[in-house]
Design a protein around this ligand. Sequence first.
Ligand code: SF4
Length: 148
Amino acid sequence: MGSWGKTLIGVPRGTILISACLIGVNCRYDGRQKIDRGLLTRLKGQGLLPVCPEQLGGLPTPRPPARLIGGDGFMVLQGMARVLTVETERDVTSAFLKGAEQCAYLAGILGVNRCILKARSPSCGLGPVTGVTAARLITAGYEVVAVD
Ligand code: SF4
């Protein structure tokens, strides 16, 4: 493997995929961010790949909030649950799936070895209700943790 195999477009191997809102990107549904300064300090010097799955899925910012209906992200991946906007119940499942796929693609080509995602999100959440992107990354074998 040549030296290009260790770094690809400047991203070092061992990069951490991270929800972009956690490091201050204004990508949340309400156009705001959710910066975790303590986390950012702990991650100083490490290679980060900031992603917002909902933006990568083609949704605008700001955008209507959405929720999982009929199951968690794993069930959305299997076609057994959906993602609907909270107020108008518009089906945004395909955008959530696309965003999850784009994150998995980036993680794969950029040598990500773990993922830090924003808890309590229909995309990034983990735990009682795991989001679509979290489920996709776990399914692909990545170590995923969530912070609130
Ligand atoms: S939680 Fe995930 S999908 Fe929601 S704004 Fe943050 S990065 Fe984007």
